[in-house]
Every structure is written in C-alpha cells, then in structure tokens.
Design a protein around this ligand. Structure first.
Ligand code: MN
Length: 355
C-alpha cells in the first residue's frame, strides 16, 4: 500500500473537484485502448466511492481491436460515442489517458476539463485545468488509477483488477517497454486479484478474416529504409488500431532500430512508431514526422500521431504516405532511395542488409 504524500495531497484536491452526488463526463482518447478503458472503469469507481459521483464514459471513434472489445465486454463498462455538441460549458469533465491539445480526443477547444490523469507528455492546454496528475514517466494510466484506489482502500473486484492488469500489460508490453517501478508495483498488486484465465482468453480473442487480409497488405508493403527503420501501411481500414498492432509486430524484425506503420481511417492518417532501444525518443521523432500537419506524442519506445487528410481519395493517401516516409528519412538522416522490400529481403547474419 503506497503512503505517497504527493498522492494523498492530490487525492484531497480531487475530492474538492469531484461533483458531489453530481455527474462527470470521463473523456478518453479517440479509439481507446485497454489502458484508457480500464482507467475509466477504475476512476468511475473512485469517483462513485469518494463523492457519489455518477460518471459517463465517452470518446470519439471506435474500439477496433478484437482484444479491446473482448475486454470491454468482460468488464461490463458502458461507454458511448461522443459528438462535440454533447458538451456544455458547465460540464464536469475528466480526461483520462489523454489531454486537451493532444489532438486525439473529442474535448472541444472551449471546454476546460476539471481533472486530467495521464501518462503522456504534458500539453500546454492541460495547464489550465484545476487538477492534473500527469506522469509521463509512468508506463500506464492504469498504474496511477490503481494507486488512487489503493490509497483510498477501495476494493477492486476481479473484473476491474483484470482490466487494470491488462491496461498495464498492454501499454508496457508485459512490463518490457516504458516501464517504471510504479507499474511493476501496481501489476504485482493486481495480479493475485485478476482472472488470468479470462485475460488469456481476451488476448486470444478470435479475429475476423479482414484482420489477416490487412496483415498481408501491410507485410507486402513493408520496406526497410537505411537498414534502420521498417515502414509500412495497412491502407484504408475500419480499425485504426491496426497501425499500432502492425508496428509492434514489425518491430520484431531483426537488426532494425525503428518500426512505423500507418492506417488510414475516416479521413485521418494514424501513425504508430516504435523504437527498439529504451532511450529511443519516439516522442521526438513522431513530432518531427507529423510536424504542423497534425498532432503526435508518446513515450521513449512507443508513440503515435494523427494527421487529418484533405480528402479520402487514394491519391491523397498515397501523397500523405510519401510525405510521412520522406519526413521520417529526413529526421533519421536516411537516403529515401536506400530501401529494401521486406518480402524480398535476404537475411544476412541476422541483420537487415543495406543495398
Ligand atoms: Mn496509456
């Protein structure tokens, strides 16, 4: 049980801000992942127990990944899709696993959230919120939420424990990426409370045929630039999460330092970037790649960006992909002509050969 004084002080401030017996809108990132969904369920319980606050969980986009839908089903958390018009100026809003200004949530520009709990780098717009607990070094928002629940001695049932455990597990790739002692402590606390058999089922949730078709497309298109980075695109998809999933998978290619994958969904290019080394600074690289065209952020080994498209045409997607590749090569000082298609590469001594 952590007796962290900072957490206690923050908890007192949180108590002042939660609408007592009132309503709270919990806003997550667009297309939320397991960390965001588990954090929402945990914070909803915290607000209910502390102040009798009733929370609704909202986001834009969809829950694409089969595993995430399975987790939500098991968790029994009701969520709804938000449009900007469902916010009123007087609303009590809490942002979890995202912040205003991050470019990946539906908080309108004129709404200041009362509460922000996140583990992504601080955004300027977040500074005007009365309560912020933003710890960019922590591996998952679920870790922070678990700390609050423990601090308040609130019982975490088997479903919530399983979800929070999965949130930490998936954001840190089984405690192997962007992880701190706080994540490990939360993980070890949750582990005995969680349903491991159910978690294994969630992680092996059946996927539709289109999943494999998309995968084939991404593998066929994958190219290694300068023996350093593998870049691919899943093309137009119903599941923007496919970019992150494919970037994770391509990161396993031996000999490379980076992996990047793009998914085009509903007029937006979703860019996922992964770095092999613990000090990769993916956050800096994604910002260089996205530039002024959109928004991006993340951690050392894992980052993401969103770039709005001018239209949904194939020509626009091709143009955007070319721009992403040229910006990436420029940032990494690679000659864009120094490239090899993944499917025709020969592996020499376990390393991706250069041309
Ligand atoms: Mn997260």
């Amino acid at each position: 049980m952590p007796t962290d004084v900072t957490n206690l002080r923050k908890l007192n401030k949180l108590l002042d801000l939660l609408p007592r017996g009132g309503e709270l809108k919990i806003v997550l990132q667009n297309n939320p992942d397991p960390d965001a969904l588990a954090s929402a369920a945990g914070f909803k319980l915290l607000a209910q127990e502390l102040s009798g606050t009733t929370s609704s969980v909202i986001f834009s986009g969809l829950i694409g990944r089969a595993e995430n839908r399975a987790m939500l089903r098991y968790l029994g958390l009701s969520v709804s899709c938000a449009a900007p018009e469902c916010f009123s100026p007087g609303d009590a809003v809490a942002c979890l696993d995202t912040q205003p200004g991050a470019g990946n949530n539906c908080v309108p520009p004129d709404v200041t959230p009362k509460i922000i709990i996140d583990h992504h780098p601080l955004q300027d717009r977040a500074r005007s919120s009365p309560f912020t607990d933003i710890r960019s070094n922590v591996g998952a928002t679920s870790t922070i939420i678990t700390q609050y629940l423990r601090l308040c001695d609130i019982a975490i049932d088997i479903r919530l424990a399983t979800a929070l455990l999965y949130g930490i597990k998936s954001d840190t790739q089984d405690l192997g990426r962007d992880v701190t002692q706080a994540d490990i402590d939360a993980y070890l606390f949750l582990y005995p409370l969680a349903n491991k058999r159910q978690l294994a089922r969630i992680e092996r949730e059946p996927v539709p045929a289109v999943y494999f078709q998309q995968l084939l497309r991404a593998l066929t298109r994958a190219e290694v630039y300068g023996s350093k980075i593998v870049i691919s695109s899943v093309g137009a998809t119903d599941s923007p999460d496919a970019a992150a999933e494919t970037a994770d998978m391509l990161m396993r290619l031996e000999g490379i330092e980076w992996s990047l994958c793009v998914a085009f969904h509903n007029g937006v290019a979703y860019v996922s970037l992964r770095g092999a080394r613990a000090d990769s600074d993916s956050c800096d690289l994604i910002r260089k790649i996205v530039g002024d065209n959109g928004a991006g952020g993340g951690h050392d080994q894992c980052a993401g960006g969103q770039i709005p498209l001018r239209n949904k045409s194939n020509a626009e997607m091709t143009r955007r992909m070319k721009d992403i590749i040229s910006r990436t090569c420029e940032a990494l000082q690679i000659d864009p002509k120094d490239k090899l298609r993944l499917t025709s590469m020969q592996i020499v001594n376990g390393k991706a050969p250069s041309q």
